[in-house]
Ligand binder design. Structure first.
Ligand code: DX5
Ligand code: ZN
Length: 233
């Protein structure tokens, strides 16, 4: 697929949403044009932070969220939670290869459960983890910050890694999304897209926008992202 035909998807990370009003926050961001709900799962073990689990994913489905939910598992071990997220209604389930003893098996578990599978690469994790599983991934997620917290700055070295990942995906011929996570803002999303990403996680840039009382507070940042991306096509 070429840059001209690639579709761009925006995946706000609810890590930066107001957890006391989570259903409403997700409704509002989807109404503002978000494509995917990025759902950061942290276990205070694989990463030094503790967030939300499958019960919250299920609660969003019961609340009426029908958009794809992209469960980014920053947990170790991963396999039991994969089952829980399948049951909870996740669409994508991605995990860090360092956190699984059997990467191929974990990927297969995700697909066997009817979900889309993905591997996540920390800034220092080599893309060679993809070598023998290109046929088993639907998503490659590159971290452009070290995982654990929202609001960090984009690591510029990720741009070359994105180009390398884009080449691998295009050469494979498989239909695999290339997602970027960490420090994505209106002023760098175009450069990130040019380097090969097609799916953009943004937490603080989205949920930090506008004034709290305004249900349309996310419209302008989502529009600004789209305008930047339109210039890339
Ligand atoms: C970090 C998470 C990210 C994070 C992104 O470990 O995986 O999804 O929420 O937040 P921003 O966009 O604020 O860097
Ligand atoms: Zn994430």
């Amino acid at each position: 697929m070429t840059d001209a035909t690639r579709d761009f998807l925006i995946a706000p990370s609810i890590l930066s949403a107001d957890f006391a009003r989570l259903g409403e926050e997700v409704d509002n961001v989807l109404a503002s044009g978000a494509d995917i709900v990025h759902f950061d799962v942290m276990d205070n073990h694989y990463v030094p932070n503790l967030t939300i689990g499958p019960m919250v994913c299920e609660a969003l489905r019961k609340h009426g969220v029908t958009a794809p939910i992209d469960a980014h598992l920053m947990v170790k071990p991963v396999d039991r939670l994969i089952g829980d997220f399948i049951d909870a209604g996740a669409t994508y389930i991605t995990f860090h290869p360092e956190a699984s003893d059997h990467i191929d098996r974990s990927l297969q578990l995700i697909r066997d459960g009817g979900c889309k599978s993905g591997l996540v690469f920390n800034p220092a994790t080599p893309l060679s983890f993809l070598d023998h599983v290109m046929d088993k991934v639907d998503m490659v997620l590159l971290m452009s910050v070290n995982p654990g917290f929202g609001g960090q700055s984009f690591l510029p070295g990720t741009l070359n890694k994105l180009r390398a990942a884009r080449q691998r995906i295009d050469a494979s011929g498989y239909d695999i999304r290339l997602e970027i996570d960490g420090g994505v803002k209106v002023d760098n999303i175009a450069e990130i897209a040019r380097a090969g990403a097609d799916t953009f996680v943004a937490g603080s840039a989205v949920f930090g926008a506008g004034s709290e009382a305004d249900p349309h507070r996310y419209d302008s940042v989502m529009r600004a992202f789209r305008e930047q991306l339109a210039g890339v096509r």
